[in-house]
Design a protein around this ligand. Structure first.
Ligand code: GLN
Length: 502
């Protein structure tokens, strides 16, 4: 039961073959069995999830399901505020904080009847590509527990890959949904900026952050996206416009027919730095798309080579400002400085931040405040914003020629835990292919493209579309998934090695 997709589980609920309580219980049992070795969860809400499941079953019995996914359980990245449930953002500074309110996306999950299994592990404040920067210890990749599950949303991806949850929510500021999807063999979607409310999402870099689905199939992502998406007056950047038909697009794509669809392979997102097996699986997938009728051309986005540099200014700059709210006065941790009898507020702040923030967070706050300081603002922030504009123009020019862009999601497969921890630049390079979409606000998806021949680990295939055309990533993503699964004879996750029970 737990290996089925959310769409299948929803059908089984509708047909009366199972109940939400049984389904939720099965996933809680799986978490109890394997999460000791995976560590996808920071908090499991057994009681709350089962109570929500019982309510869902009562609605079904009355013939009034609240949504197509009513009763299908979900896991939530610990950066989203959940009323009554701990929300740590993977940081010691928020240890013990229980939000008094729900993020809009959580409200929408509750209204649609999805029981919330718990909160998933993440790099501290979503800064990282491996989940090793969590203050609560790393998450392990279900394909190989010695390897990272990607980041920052490694917990959500690992939970879905290890069948601990059929669905999860993640957030993507520079790739934190798509890259974990790629390295765990799951599907991840970063929606158009403004397409999903950020109200109650603890901000890292608010001009880049987006909430999105983490699932095992493209259709499941579309179903979840339709539950959480759409306008929210409480988020001033929320787009006041109906979502395009995402589930319809995914169903249409599943036919595998891509006649007339123009796909651009991004020249700058290949070559040096891309693992041979990643490139090979990507090239093979593109050939399948050609066979399905797509017109594939190479396109150049010349400014993408500067995306990483621009991102690692804009992101820390915004984070340094957003994280100033963790001042020991309002939330979470408060540390009394040692050896001071009557400490000032500033001394308490300093001691709390010293103890409560990890190294990566401190590193980025320092870079951000430096780059914003008088005399450097124009040289760093101003320049980075100009590069951001050039990247948006590259997208505009590319989308004048093609419907979607394609690239590998991540340049390599999952690396070993500890391998890049002491080398921040090597860690940052994981996001070369995902970051341009965040800088321009366009939607993207990562779908499994197979296993790299040299290490047997999952490879991700990324599609990007123009802002507001999220339906295109679902259509082409579903087509790629259908074509690849036909070739493999089964979903990629069927090849997942047995996950160790703890
Ligand atoms: N890995 C990127 C970073 O460290 C992206 C993180 C994210 O998308 N939250 O900033």
């Amino acid at each position: 039961m737990i290996t089925r997709t959310a769409a299948d589980l929803a059908d089984a609920l509708a047909a009366g073959e199972t109940t939400s309580v049984d389904l939720t219980r099965a996933h809680l049992d799986r978490i109890a069995e394997v999460d000791g070795g995976i560590h996808a969860f920071l908090h499991v809400d057994e009681e709350g999830a089962l109570a929500q499941a019982a309510e869902s079953d009562a609605r079904r019995a009355a013939g009034e399901p609240a949504s197509p996914l009513d009763g299908v359980p979900i896991a939530v990245k610990d950066v989203l505020a959940t009323r009554g449930l701990p929300t740590t953002c993977g940081s010691k500074i928020l240890e013990g904080w229980i939000p008094p309110y729900d993020a809009t996306v959580i409200e929408r999950l509750r209204a649609a009847g999805l029981p919330i299994l718990g909160k998933t592990n993440m790099d501290e404040f979503a800064m990282g590509s491996s989940t090793e920067h969590s203050a609560y210890g790393p998450t392990h990749n279900p394909w190989d527990p010695e390897r990272i599950p990607g980041g920052s949303g490694g917990g959500s991806a690992a939970a879905v890959a290890a069948f601990e949850a059929p669905l999860a929510l993640g957030t993507d500021t520079g790739g934190s949904i798509r890259q974990p999807g790629a390295v765990t063999g799951t599907v991840g979607v970063k929606p158009t900026y403004g397409g999903i409310s950020r109200y109650g999402l603890v901000a890292m870099a608010n001009s880049l952050d987006q909430v999105g689905p983490v699932t095992r199939s493209v259709l499941d992502s579309a179903l979840l996206h339709e539950v959480i998406g759409g306008h929210d007056p409480r988020d001033s950047t929320s787009i006041d416009q109906p979502l395009p038909g995402l589930v319809d697009a995914a169903r249409r794509g599943a036919s595998g027919d891509l006649t007339g669809v123009r796909i651009g392979v991004v020249k700058e997102l290949s070559g040096e730095g891309y693992q041979a097996g990643v490139q090979q699986r990507f090239d093979e997938a593109v050939q399948l798309l050609v066979g399905a009728g797509a017109e594939v051309v190479e396109v150049s986005c010349p400014h993408f080579v500067h995306a990483l540099a621009a991102y690692y200014l804009i992101m820390p700059i915004e984070a340094s400002s957003n994280l100033a709210r963790f001042d020991a006065m309002r939330y979470g941790l408060r540390v009394a400085p040692a050896g001071i009898d009557d400490p000032s507020a500033e001394q308490v702040m300093r001691a709390t931040r010293e103890a409560g923030f990890g190294d990566e967070v401190k590193r980025r706050i320092i870079i951000g405040t430096y780059a914003l300081s008088s005399g450097y603002y124009d040289a760093y922030y101003g320049q980075a914003q100009k590069v951001r504009t050039l990247i948006s123009r590259d997208f505009e020019a590319a989308f004048a020629q093609v419907d979607v862009l394609a690239s590998p999601t991540s340049p390599t497969t999952a690396f070993k835990i500890g391998e890049k921890l002491d080398d921040p630049l090597a860690m940052y390079l994981n996001d070369v292919a995902t970051i341009p979409a965040n800088l321009a606000g366009v939607p993207g998806i990562s779908v499994p493209a197979g296993l790299a021949p040299e290490d047997g680990l999952p490879v991700g295939l990324q599609f990007l579309a123009p802002a507001l055309a999220d339906d295109r990533v679902y259509r082409v993503g579903a087509a790629a998934e259908a074509l690849l699964e036909k070739q493999w004879g089964a979903p990629l996750l069927d090849r997942l090695p047995e996950v160790a029970t703890k």
